[in-house]
Write a protein that binds this ligand. Structure first.
Ligand SMILES: NC(=O)c1ccc[n+]([C@@H]2O[C@H](COP(=O)([O-])OP(=O)(O)OC[C@H]3O[C@@H](n4cnc5c(N)ncnc54)[C@H](O)[C@@H]3O)[C@@H](O)[C@H]2O)c1
Length: 495
């Protein structure tokens, strides 16, 4: 497959907007096509709306954002795109017609994917030109935050198409799940649909309200599902003997009337109960407000799962590893800029970083300086592979000075100046700036000691690491020493 620099979107509603936000954030240009010209304003709004949550997803270094353009000319979109994602309404005949048309305009090595929630790829690719480059790539709303994308090939799909599409989706931070056999609804929507049909029955029969049914998930299984899904959780439900015991214990229930999979008739009464119930739950909050709340907790959950390297957190962690590697490789390919401190980190003040004043809490300054130093370490080759050899830098002194405040959502950046390097020690002066006005809000003077952890003592750094540090030190030699460097705690600051 060709390298994807430009993603073409066919249909720019809820899902098209989500794809645009995700792709742009990870540096891919987007050409969005819709029949309705007014969708240009809509998609630009959707991208802007997604940005605050996306900006907090990771502080790993990102490539420059992609550029968004809009057209009502499907052919123009197809001719510019390296990969096309279709997101028009869920109607087989319409999708077949539009996929056939777009495939006639796109070069034959351009992969074309459909976001369809449940139509099968063999049906969709029926009239396409070069149908072997077609697959279903089913995302989940909000596409910019949920990593899952189900990949399904049809009878004419080439196996290489699935692999190549999977690589592209991984590149933009997703978790491709290959659905090996086409079934209506793929995997996830079949599971969601089973639960949904049961919900409709319980509301229809007057057993529970929409709010009570949501409580039954939110306070219990919903928390378990995010990391382990249903099967692993049931494995744990069987105690020491796991799934076998679980099936022996609860197997008989399968014959009991615990579920009705046929959906009930959607009568006006049922529709009213569903609508009034969810309106009551929303409690006057608008869809936009609720979306912001949802996005904030989706970001926070993924960050927690990252700590455990599980589920969507594992996807986030491997995305970050790649972003750090790319940034370190790009930095290593460029000599350090002479006479300028090194810009190590760009970050945004997250909601959970602020205190009762809505200002960044003091310990978060130490965290940001810590993340910046990690970026320096990666740059000089002290990365995971190096640490696996039992060697790393330990922090032995840290003098942090607060000079100003940062509010929630504010961009920050950190620079570093190397003050001294020898075979075991590294002396660094970091400055933190507020992006809004370029004002310095903190400084950290730090001393690090290179340690051999097995021997539990200081040891010389690797020659290559030393060489990179020396090159940085040379680039900083002409910089004036920071006036505050070496200042004891409590002494009045120099003017
Ligand atoms: N909404 C979801 O939660 C969700 C989740 C996953 C997948 N999907 C799937 O994604 C697809 C799109 O869903 P959506 O919710 O974004 O729908 P939507 O109604 O929000 O957007 C559809 C867009 O397609 C445009 N369109 C219609 N005909 C067109 C044509 N011939 N050429 C170009 N544009 C055209 C419409 O103007 C509209 O902007 C569907 O197949 C749906 O099943 C939806």
């Amino acid at each position: 497959m060709r390298k994807v620099k430009t993603l073409g979107l066919l249909g720019t509603g809820v899902i098209g907007g989500g794809w645009a936000a995700r792709a742009l954030h990870f540096g891919i240009d987007v050409v969005a096509a819709d029949v309705k010209p007014e969708m240009e304003e809509w998609i630009r709004g959707a991208v802007a709306n997604a940005e605050p949550a996306l900006a907090r997803l990771t502080s790993a270094p990102l490539p420059p954002k992609g550029r968004l353009s809009f057209t009502t000319d499907l052919k123009a979109m197809a001719q510019q795109a390296d990969f096309i994602q279709e997101n028009i309404p869920e109607q087989l005949a319409l999708k077949q017609r539009m996929l056939a048309e777009v495939s006639g305009h796109a070069a034959s090595d351009v992969i074309i994917a459909s976001s369809t929630s449940g139509l099968t790829p063999t049906d969709l690719q029926r009239d396409m030109v070069a149908a072997e480059r077609f697959l279903v790539a089913h995302p989940f709303n909000p596409v910019y935050l949920l990593p899952l994308v189900e990949l399904v090939g049809g009878e004419k799909t080439a196996p290489g198409t699935i692999d190549a599409a999977g690589r592209f989706f991984t590149f933009i931070g997703m978790h491709p799940l290959h659905v090996r056999r086409e079934v209506p609804g793929h995997l996830t929507d079949r599971l969601q649909e089973a639960l949904w049909r049961e919900i409709l029955h319980l509301v229809n029969d007057g057993v529970a309200t929409t709010g009570e049914l949501d409580e039954s998930i939110v306070y219990g299984p919903g928390l378990r599902w995010a990391a382990m899904g249903t099967n692993m959780i049931y494995h744990l439900a069987g105690g020491e003997s796991g799934m076998r015991h679980m099936l022996a214990q609860f197997g008989p229930c399968l014959k009991w009337p615990w579920t009705k999979l046929e959906a009930p008739e959607l009568t006006d009464t049922l529709i009213d109960r569903m609508v009034e119930g969810t309106q009551a739950q929303a409690g006057g909050r608008s869809i936009r407000e609720l979306e912001r709340l949802r996005d904030d907790y989706l970001v926070a959950i993924q960050q927690v799962l990252r700590q455990y390297d599980i589920g969507a957190g594992a996807t986030l962690r491997s995305l970050e590893t790649r972003l750090y590697q790319d940034a370190a490789a790009a930095a290593a390919a460029q000599p350090p800029p002479p006479g300028q401190p090194l810009r190590l980190l760009d970050a945004v003040v997250r909601p959970e970083w602020v205190d009762y004043n809505r200002h960044m809490s003091d310990y978060r300054y130490a965290q940001v300086f810590g993340e910046a130093i990690d970026a320096l370490f990666r740059r000089i080759g002290v990365d995971e592979a190096y640490r696996d050899t039992g060697r790393m830098y330990y922090t032995v002194e840290n003098h942090l000075t607060h000079l100003g405040e940062a509010k929630v959502g504010e961009p920050l950046y950190v620079t570093a100046q190397l003050l001294g390097v020898d075979e075991k020690r590294l002396h660094v002066y970091q400055r933190m700036f507020r992006g809004r006005d370029g004002r310095q809000i903190a400084a950290a003077e730090q001393m690090f000691l290179h340690v051999d952890t097995a021997a539990a003592k200081a040891a010389p750094a690797d020659a290559q690491v030393r060489a990179k540090l020396e090159a940085l030190r040379a680039a900083h030699a002409a910089l004036p020493p920071p006036a505050e460097a070496g200042r004891p705690v409590g002494r009045t600051r120099k003017a």
